[in-house]
Design a protein around this ligand. Sequence first.
Ligand code: HEC
Ligand code: HEC
Length: 444
Amino acid sequence: MIRTGYLLLTTLLLLAGCGASDNSGSDADKQAQVWLPVGGAATVEWQASLGFLQFIPGLPLEELAQVSRGRELFVADWEMAPGARPQLDGLGPLFVAGACDLCHTANGRAASLLADGQIGSGLLFRLGDASGQPDPHLGGQLQPFATVGRGEGDVSWQDDGSGKPQFVLSNPTHALAAGVHLGPRLSPQLTGVGLLNLVPEEQILAYEDESDSNADGISGRAHRLQREGQDCIGRFGWKAMQCSLRGQSAGALQQDMGLTSVVNPQEPCTEHQDICASQPSGGNPEVSAEALGQINEFLSVLAVYERRVSDNAAFERGAQLFAQTGCEACHRPTLTTRTDAALAPLRGQTIYAYTDLLLHDMGADLSDGVGEGNAQPQEWRTPPLWGLGLLENDGVSRFLHDGRAQTLPQAILWHGGEGLAAKQAFEQLEQSQRADLLSFLRAI
Ligand code: HEC
Ligand code: HEC
């Protein structure tokens, strides 16, 4: 692998060379683009030993103190109340995991579909019907654990031969209501989420084309939501259910860990569940506004990783094929962050996240029958593709919202609905073109 600094320099020199000899240059030369660092000033070189736990360079000292406190809260094992460490108690009484880090292991992807039919810590389950109504007894998310007694139920999975995992709920404390399904959600890697948090809403809206006015078969739409009393555009989660890192963290604290905060002061119990009222609380709220802020400082400064390009020509060919096959219509190469961000390295950066942050109808095969907010069961937010190739070889990670794809090409072949034409174009590529596209995908 070529070192990043060297690579960037050679790329720029090569591009400068192309420009200079433009008269005789081929079409490919003319189209060769200037590649800025993937995450602007928030880019670092990938170091396998540090994994996804790298911070953006050049942070001021006082910021680092907040970040390290936030990191402690992210990896901490929360306990039931009353605990020996009052700042870390209040877990449950219903919960999915006792630490953020259990699902976002080292900020990457944890195991999801285990070979024996069990579910790893990287997968949780929403509960809802097609119109987005939660289960009246168990709520909008399954909490398989409880601090006392037993959790709401266990899930296992089966392969029915089609490659789409079938999920089975056993021992539920209450049977699911008619029309309510399990909505599997894989824990995504947390790369560059601080940058995505800072993309202005106008940019997301500019990519919207709900009635497909340009007739390209792609009709992405923004997920319009209300959070903390304000209208906002969803951007985080597989269905873009949260507008900000603050909302995402507070949602995780409540639904995944049973921890209340200023944003979500209620425990995750429905009116039919009395365990929340009968168990001691870890404070009001259990996670202070200061602690929530520190978690978000930690998430905000997570770096993105420089491209891993070993063959520049193949990379350029792959980039062109990525555009030609139509991937770019949803996986938009660049976005730009706000200019008024608190931290200088995050301000006004061009970032190569490969997403439009919009919802798209991806076809029946990717539907799980669960609506969320205003998102239909078939609709998913275009996930960012940066750094995804780094996950492919870790032996654990899987792809797509339910982890059904073991490799990147498998993930592409599940695209349907608005993504069907791109998938078919990918299938029709010659072997060598496919290899170029995949090498590009693995390098970005
Ligand atoms: C039980 C597993 C689990 C725990 C615990 C958990 N998460 Fe997550 N996280 C997920 C899943 C699953 C998603 C995708 C959610 C969705 O699709 O709505 C997610 C999404 C996110 C995202 C958005 C990423 C993106 O690209 O859209 C952030 C940020 C995040 N989690 C942070 C946290 C923080 C901070 C904590 C601890 C307070 C936490 N998570 C605890 C499973 C978990
Ligand atoms: C219509 C919009 C659209 C188009 C076109 C499209 N994608 Fe996607 N892509 C998505 C959405 C939405 C998902 C998430 C689907 C899910 O998880 O159910 C996704 C998921 C993926 C994933 C897995 C991501 C992850 O985090 O696990 C990869 C890899 C991917 N796309 C690559 C491509 C490539 C390569 C092309 C072009 C051949 C392409 N996509 C075309 C919208 C699109």
